[in-house]
Design a binder for this molecule. Structure first.
Ligand code: WQD
Length: 338
């Protein structure tokens, strides 16, 4: 069966392509290479032995997806990752985010509702919850006013899909709300490739240990948490990738309870910034240079998933630990710098 993966050369997209190919799916990748590189295609091929079909297309241009869907009317499903995802950049350039993340989604949906198979998986984010009122965070937690245009595009994206599902009862969608994806494929053939100075914690840690960054700034040590640093739910990207295959098969096997379902994807365990640093030092044997500095605007104090719905309904749960993820991130960093 043929599956279209948009943004398939990105961090989560590439790891999902590997898991789809391992399950025997034929994968088509669309990517505009704005935040990725063709080298990722070679990395995927080295892991699975199968080179996915790749189209360098930009989904913000409507004709791109029209041509693609016309050439592949038999797609079994679509997994939509293609979007800009840097929170800070979205604050500085909101229209770039609305144009790319929203227009691409609308153009894609316009074509998909014409196809025979209408199975759609949307890459969403725990960002939609903001600072949740209760922890751990369930799927019923209130969607809070977005803290950034990036987060707003995820909220708007879910609402657009909901409206499409309401008027197309044969259109079936799953929105996957990721917590914090980290790590890399154990082969170190693919991983996270931040462009420029990393905004996210784990690539900044590994680049500091590699000597590319002078030291890590820990944004705030005075939060109301056990060690004063923020808490997040760090999920290994391979576990996250596998969840997309499980969600796709739920759609293909018509197992859904409604034609739009939402699942939180996390470990269910919160880890503080200092605990992540400890994990890194333990698995790498490296001493990390860091300094506790001021808080970062927009950070929530604590966010981690309530995982029973993913486990009992979706039939998926994480298998890998924080140490596994940090070890894979370090192995990847060493690989790309040598
Ligand atoms: C994690 C923790 C920082 C960098 C973002 C997006 C979210 C998702 C994941 C896309 C926080 C601290 C970080 C640093 C630090 N992305 N930190 N020093 O902000 O939880 O989530 O990425 O879907 O949508 O919002 O991730 O990795 O930036 O930060 O102390 O140099 O690490 O304060 O507590 P975040 P992050």
């Amino acid at each position: 069966m043929k599956v279209l993966v948009t943004g398939g050369l990105g961090f989560i997209g590439s790891h999902t392509v590997v898991e789809l190919q391992k399950e025997g799916y034929e994968v088509l990748i669309v990517d505009n290479l704005e935040n990725s590189s063709r080298d990722v295609l070679d990395g995927i091929t080295r892991i699975t032995g199968v080179k996915p079909e790749f189209y360098e297309l930009d989904l913000k241009y409507k004709t791109a997806i029209e041509v693609l869907c016309a050439e592949h009317p038999d797609l079994a499903g679509v997994i939509h990752f293609a979007a800009n995802k840097a929170v800070g950049e979205s604050v500085q350039h909101p229209l770039k985010y609305y144009k790319n993340n929203i227009n691409s989604l609308v153009y894609l949906l316009e074509e998909l509702i014409k196809l025979k198979n209408k199975n759609f998986i949307f890459s969403s984010s725990c960002t939609v919850y903001g600072e949740a009122d209760e922890l751990p965070i369930t799927e019923n937690a209130a969607v809070k006013p977005a803290e950034s245009p990036y987060g707003n595009t995820k909220q708007i994206g879910e609402e657009i899909i909901s409206d499409v599902c309401n008027i197309n009862n044969d259109f079936k969608a799953v929105a996957l709300r990721y917590f914090n994806p980290i790590g890399a494929h154990p082969s170190a053939e693919i991983g996270e490739l931040p462009l420029g100075v990393p905004q996210n914690l784990v690539p900044f840690i590994t680049q500091t240990a590699m000597g590319l960054r002078e030291k890590l700034s820990v944004f705030g040590g005075d939060y109301p948490t056990p060690d004063g640093t923020c808490i997040r739910d760090y999920i290994h990207v391979v576990d996250l990738a596998k969840a997309h295959v499980v969600a796709l098969e739920r759609l293909l096997n018509n197992q859904q309870e409604s034609n739009l379902e939402v699942f939180n994807l996390g470990t269910g365990k919160g880890s503080s910034v200092l605990e992540v640093i400890d994990s890194f030092e333990r698995v790498s044997g490296e001493k990390l240079r860091y300094e506790i500095t001021d808080r970062r605007t927009g950070d929530v104090v604590s966010a981690y998933a309530e995982t029973s719905r993913a486990k009992n309904v979706l039939g998926w749960e994480t298998q890998l630990s924080l140490d596994d993820a940090m070890a894979s991130a370090w192995k990847w960093e060493q690989k790309i710098r040598n």
